[in-house]
Design a binder for this molecule. Structure first.
Ligand code: ATP
Ligand SMILES: Nc1nc2c(ncn2[C@@H]2O[C@H](COP(=O)(O)O)[C@@H](O)[C@H]2O)c(=O)[nH]1
Length: 390
């Protein structure tokens, strides 16, 4: 059943007092959305940075303002926004007068991911996720013990389908191997720098693996998704568990070796670790394989005995074969969002009606019934259509 037109948008005409009791200048471009006892004010910029849109929270009960940690890359500040409350702790933010590939954004304020991050960071957190039109495929998480062949399988996939898949480049504190390039294989980083970035909420997941810190930054996943490619994450089981708890909505694959002996042979033949490191990786492998098979994280388990066969099985479970199209994202017609508009929510549909003199009163329907994914990363499955007047 449709709902009555609901305008949750409240443009702040009169200014507001911030947490320090200072009355701000009226900001016509700021937009406020109320959820329960809290108002989320979207506008201005983030910590004085003109490139990042600001978010502030006002708690009615305590009458206090706070500046949350903002995760993910949000929309760039623009002339104005419409905002509407969605179920499950999300706010839909529509950029006025913008092109469709940059117009639909979601601010998560109370999703499972946000609750988890709040616990982790010990403060208020919100997260941005950009709306992506069309049926972009889920990201892929690949885990398995060191030396099982994850990297080899991923390289084969990226070589065969270069425009379909993109690799999420992780951060690590381990030293680069001789052929590894910074920014390509890993972002090689310093422990203190990485720990600070983790504290600042820049990481989707992180874990201590074989004595070093590894992590997937939110930006690494966004970069791949924004290039229109399906994102592949090569991470350990602890990282996979964290991603499973996030809103990323990925496919989880665990790769097993045919035997521990074969795993050891492969690690030795690769020749990238010292004997001590090999022993450590092998010790960890037993626990990883046990967790991979029994944790309920992974929907698919692949055995990498014969490489070609395993690769074929990987392609089968991803639903691709040699005849598959080379790009995973459908091309969609561009639709510009009108500068002046009203927003009305009708169940899963948002009606965006152009207003103002001398306009064509264009009506756009934003259908959210098939959305999936979310912050960090992208909210996929957006359908945006112009209603043709007869
Ligand atoms: N099916 C296979 N049969 C024999 N050797 C293989 C097979 N798959 C991969 N290898 C070899 O095993 C070694 C380890 O593979 P790879 O580096 O891809 O493992 P990995 O799982 O990515 O390891 P890590 O987690 O340490 O990054 C490589 O030298 C690779 O060529
Ligand atoms: N939790 C995460 N684990 C990661 C990440 N990037 C890589 N890894 C895992 O670490 C081991 C060792 O990798 P190596 O390159 O040193 O051989 C391997 O199992 C990877 O899957 C990450 O971002 N997060």
């Amino acid at each position: 059943m449709g709902e009555a037109p609901a305008f949750f948008v409240d443009h702040l005409e009169d200014g507001y007092t911030n947490g320090f009791g200072v009355k701000s200048e009226p900001k016509n471009r700021d937009t406020s959305v109320q959820i329960g006892d809290r108002s989320f004010v979207i506008g201005g910029n983030h910590e004085g940075n003109p490139l990042f849109l600001g978010v502030q929270i006002h708690d009615k009960i305590t009458n206090k303002w706070s500046s949350p940690t903002v995760l993910g890359t949000g929309p760039k500040p623009c002339k104005g926004y419409s905002a509407i409350v969605l179920p499950k702790g999300r706010i839909l933010v529509i950029k006025k007068g913008s092109a469709s590939d940059d117009s639909i954004w979601f601010l998560e304020v109370d999703t499972p991911f946000i609750r988890e991050q709040k616990k982790l960071l010990g403060r208020e957190v919100v997260a941005w996720s950009k709306g992506v039109r069309g049926n972009a495929e889920k990201p892929i998480v690949i885990s398995g013990p060191s030396g099982v062949g994850k990297g080899t399988l991923i390289s084969m996939l990226m070589k065969e389908f270069p425009s379909m898949f993109g690799f999420s480049v992780s951060h690590t504190t381990r030293a680069p191997r001789c052929m590894e390039k910074n920014g390509v294989h890993y972002h090689f980083t310093d422990k203190t720098v990485m720990e600070k970035e983790i504290k600042d909420g820049k990481f989707l997941e992180f874990a201590s693996v074989h004595g070093n810190l590894y992590g997937t930054s939110i930006e690494s996943v966004e970069v791949v998704t924004d290039s229109g490619k399906r994102c592949i994450l090569d991470i350990d089981v602890q990282g996979a568990r964290s991603v499973k708890a996030s809103s990323l909505d990925a496919i989880f694959i665990f790769v097993c070796p045919p035997s521990m002996k074969e795993l050891e042979d492969r690690l030795r033949a690769r020749g990238t670790e010292t004997e001590e490191q090999i022993q450590k990786r092998l010790r960890n492998a037993e626990a990883e394989i046990k967790a991979g098979k029994s944790s309920g994280i992974f929907e698919h388990i692949l055995y990498n005995d014969n490489l070609e066969e395993c690769y074929k099985n990987l392609k089968n479970l991803l639903g691709i074969n040699d005849l598959a199209p080379v790009n995973g994202v459908e091309a969609v017609e561009g639709i510009d969002l009108p500068k002046e508009h009203t927003v009305t929510k009708m169940d899963d549909k948002i009606l965006i009606q152009e207003t103002g003199e001398g306009t064509k009163n264009k009506m756009i329907v934003l259908d959210l019934s098939s959305i999936n994914g979310g912050a960090p990363g992208r909210t996929r499955g957006i359908v945006l259509d112009t209603v043709k007047s007869s």
